[in-house]
Design a protein around this ligand. Structure first.
Ligand SMILES: Nc1ncnc2c1ncn2[C@@H]1O[C@H](COP(=O)(O)OP(=O)(O)OP(=O)(O)O)[C@@H](O)[C@H]1O
Ligand SMILES: [Mg+2]
Length: 222
């Protein structure tokens, strides 16, 4: 059986609200293995984004713990910020003043990759996502689908074991959404990565090897 690359145990998270603490996640446990894709659906406000942020170490749980694969061991994601997991967001989250190439290379530079190697890796990945000819464009000169391709290249540049995608096609028209989803699933399969895909689309959710629903603060099979 493939190795576990992401392990969450007993995650709980509440936020302060005017009426008191708002519990969002109460007891979320999840194990994802290399090569596995897991989709998560759930109504708006059910905590999907909150969960992905905990899985990627962008926020910390009130209780429970997260471990991600790193050089053969499972470690806390914060120790691997920028590595271990790659993020793809609904609104791309590209730096507007940087070109496509610079956006991808920056993610590698941040974790200490020298400039020349970061640029070379970025160029190769822009080729992989079909954007070699757009490497020097600013995000404002790219379509939404092209921006999401750049974001996917950026998510891959530090060779994560897991991709976390939060409604990656939420801002795209139907045809472009299909292209991006196919690219995402192809890249994950070709590289043996694990994918956690948050989506409102039943059709896209069904393409994952495992389908979950987040409701009432817990994950359960769809
Ligand atoms: N930083 C925060 N401070 C206070 N409340 C928050 C914070 N982040 C999220 N929440 C609340 O937590 C709940 C879950 O939010 P979250 O963004 O995780 O939902 P979601 O399932 O991703 O929704 P959507 O499908 O609309 O993206 C919401 O009620 C939201 O208002
Ligand atoms: Mg969300």
């Amino acid at each position: 059986m493939p190795e576990i690359v992401l392990q969450a145990t007993g995650l709980a998270k509440a936020f302060a609200a005017p009426a008191g603490l708002l519990p969002v996640l109460t007891a979320v446990s999840l194990e994802v293995r290399a090569g596995e894709s897991v989709s998560i659906r759930g109504s708006s406000g059910s905590g999907k984004t909150t969960l992905l942020q905990l899985l990627g170490g962008l926020d910390v749980p009130d209780a429970g713990e997260v471990r991600v694969a790193c050089e053969g061991a499972l470690v806390a994601p914060r120790r691997r910020l920028g590595r271990g997991v790659g993020f793809v967001f609904q609104n791309y989250q590209l730096m507007p003043e940087l070109t496509a190439l610079e956006n991808v290379a920056l993610a590698a530079r941040i974790v200490g990759v020298p400039a020349a190697a970061a640029t070379a890796a970025a160029r190769e990945l822009l080729g992989l996502v079909g954007l070699a000819a757009r490497a020097d464009h600013l995000p404002s000169r790219l379509s939404g689908g092209e921006c999401q391709r750049v974001a996917l290249a950026r998510a891959l540049v530090n060779r994560p074991a897991v991709l976390l995608a939060d409604e990656p096609t939420g801002n795209l028209d139907e045809r472009t959404a299909e292209e991006i989803m196919r690219l995402l699933l192809d890249v994950v399969a070709a590289r043996g990565l694990a994918l956690v895909l948050v989506t409102h689309s039943r059709e896209f959710a069904e393409r994952a090897s495992r389908r979950l629903v987040l409701s009432g603060g817990v994950l359960s099979p769809a």
